[in-house]
Design a binder for this molecule. Structure first.
Ligand SMILES: Nc1ncnc2c1ncn2[C@@H]1O[C@H](COP(=O)(O)OP(=O)(O)O)[C@@H](O)[C@H]1O
Ligand SMILES: [Mg+2]
Length: 147
């Protein structure tokens, strides 16, 4: 199996306007929780805020911050494929993607941003629950060793 290291966040092309309070709150939550959810109306700035928060937190994770754009995924059964693809995982076996993800994440320290996943809430809850249980170092910021 091959994968890319270090993260895949896109560079921002415009300045983030305001949101200092929300960014500070996101940072505070990320320091205390392995799973943080951003909710709000469409277009209100959830993705933008989450990306900036991940940019700021990403260097604290040995394996970086990774964005999965779930917005094109309509079939919940394809969520695991989308996450594996975003992580650059290439698995030559017939295993289910969640199993491949569990194996990949188990020994890693990374921050995963599942963006645009409101249509996949149940599938996201199931997958993140499984991944958080299998990957003890993922989502902790700063990593446990440097607390
Ligand atoms: N604080 C901000 N500063 C600059 N542009 C923003 C800000 N918040 C949102 N935008 C822009 O507004 C648009 C919608 O924001 P987005 O984060 O995609 O919303 P949501 O994810 O809530 O649907 C995007 O083009 C985004 O770059
Ligand atoms: Mg969005």
């Amino acid at each position: 199996m091959t994968h890319h290291r270090g993260g895949n966040l896109p560079c921002a092309t415009t300045e983030l306007v305001g949101r200092g309070g929300e960014l500070a709150e996101a940072g505070r939550l990320l320091r205390g929780c392995r799973l943080v959810t951003v909710v709000g109306c469409g277009g209100v700035g959830k993705s933008r805020l989450a990306l900036r928060a991940a940019e700021l937190a990403g260097p604290g994770f040995a394996d970086g911050a990774w964005l999965v754009d779930c917005s094109p995924v309509q079939d919940a059964a394809l969520l695991g494929h989308a996450v594996a693809e975003a992580l650059g995982l290439v698995d030559g076996t017939a295993r289910e993607p969640a199993e491949v993800l569990v194996e990949h994440l188990a020994g890693r320290e990374l921050l995963l941003v599942l963006d645009g996943c409101e249509q996949l809430a149940d599938a996201c809850a199931a997958l993140t629950g499984r991944l958080l249980a299998a990957a003890p170092a993922c989502g902790w910021w700063p990593p446990a060793g440097s607390r």
